[in-house]
Design a protein around this ligand. Structure first.
Ligand code: BGC
Length: 273
C-alpha cells in the first residue's frame, strides 16, 4: 500500500486502535504524515506495539488508555491528547464490540453494553472532539476543513442481523448520529463521514474466517469472493480524512466486497423458486 503525505502534521485520535481495523487506520494515517493517538481499553501490549512501529518507521505516536463509554475517561483522554500535541484534527470513532445473543434470550446487560460502547462511546468521543474542533477552527496550512470525523460503522447499519439485534441497532444509530452531526457541524467546517465495512479479518469475527469451512460459508455472502483485511479499510479512511475528499460530508462508503448487493439474488433469485 503506498500512501502520499496527505495528512502531514495533522493530529489523529483513533479509538480501539490496539488491533484490527483501528490499528490499520492508525498506521496508515501515520504513513500519510499524521501524528497518532492510539486509544485502547485493555490491550496495552497491542497499543504499545502500534506506537513502537509508528515511532520507529513513521513519526509521532502515543497510546492512551480509556473506556470510550465513560464520560470522565473520554474527557481525560481528550485533555491528555491536546496536552501532548496541542489539538486534534481528525477523530476516528472505531471502538466497537459484539455480544451476540438470540433476541428472546438477550439480557438487558448484553443490550446495554453494546449500545454503551458502540453508540454512546462514539457520541462521547464525537462531542469532546467537536468542542475542540469548533473552538480551534480552520488551520489553513494543515487542511481546508477545520476538522474531520470518521465513524467506522458496519454493513449492519443497513443489513438487518438476526441474533445480533443489539449490534445492528447500535450501527443503525451510528448512521443517524453521523448524518445529524454532519449537518450540524458543516457550518463549522467539520466534515463527518462513515466507513461501513463488511466482513474483515479481525478478532471480532474470528470464528467466521479462521477455519476454511467457516470462510467458505461467509463467502456466500460476499460477491467479490474474499474476506477483507484491515488494509482494505485503512486507505479509504486516509482518503476520506484528506483534502482530496474536502467536499464529502454526511456520506457512508461501504467497503464490503458487495455484501450489500443482496447476494441471494445473484443467480436471479432462483433460491426462492
Ligand atoms: C461484524 C462482523 C461481520 C460483518 C459482516 C461486521 O460489522 O462485526 O462480525 O462478519 O459485519 O456481517
Amino acid at each position: 500500500m503506498s500512501i502520499g503525505k496527505t495528512l502531514q502534521d495533522q493530529i489523529v485520535l483513533v479509538t480501539g486502535a490496539s488491533s484490527g481495523i483501528g490499528k490499520g487506520v492508525a498506521v496508515a494515517m501515520a504513513q500519510a504524515g499524521a501524528k497518532v493517538i492510539i486509544n485502547y481499553l485493555s490491550d496495552q501490549k497491542g497499543a504499545d506495539q502500534a506506537v513502537q512501529s509508528i515511532k520507529e518507521n513513521l513519526g509521532s505516536a502515543i497510546a492512551i488508555q480509556a473506556d470510550v463509554s465513560s464520560e470522565d475517561q473520554v474527557r481525560e483522554m481528550m485533555q491528555a491528547a491536546c496536552k501532548e500535541f496541542g489539538t486534534i484534527d481528525i477523530l476516528v470513532n472505531n471502538a466497537g464490540i459484539q455480544q451476540d445473543s438470540g433476541f428472546l434470550d438477550m439480557s438487558l446487560a448484553g443490550w446495554q453494553k453494546v449500545i454503551d460502547v458502540n453508540l454512546t462511546g462514539s457520541f462521547l468521543c464525537a462531542r469532546e472532539a467537536a468542542r475542540e474542533f469548533c473552538r480551534r477552527g480552520v488551520v489553513r496550512d494543515r487542511s481546508r476543513a477545520a476538522a474531520k470525523m470518521l465513524f467506522i460503522s458496519s454493513v449492519h447499519d443497513t443489513i438487518p442481523w438476526a441474533g445480533h439485534a443489539n449490534y445492528a441497532a447500535s450501527k443503525g444509530g451510528l448512521l443517524m448520529l453521523m448524518k445529524s452531526l454532519a449537518q450540524e457541524l458543516a457550518p463549522h467546517k467539520v466534515r463527518v463521514n462513515s466507513i461501513s465495512p463488511g466482513a474483515v479479518k479481525t478478532n471480532i469475527n474470528r470464528d467466521t474466517w479462521e477455519s476454511p469451512e467457516a470462510e467458505e460459508k461467509i463467502l456466500n455472502l460476499i460477491p467479490y469472493n474474499r474476506v477483507a483485511e484491515p488494509d482494505d479499510i485503512a486507505p479509504v479512511a486516509v482518503w476520506l480524512a484528506s483534502d482530496e475528499a474536502d467536499y464529502i460530508t454526511g456520506a457512508t462508503i461501504y467497503v464490503d466486497g458487495g455484501m450489500l448487493l443482496y447476494p441471494g439474488f445473484g443467480t436471479g433469485g432462483e433460491v426462492c423458486r
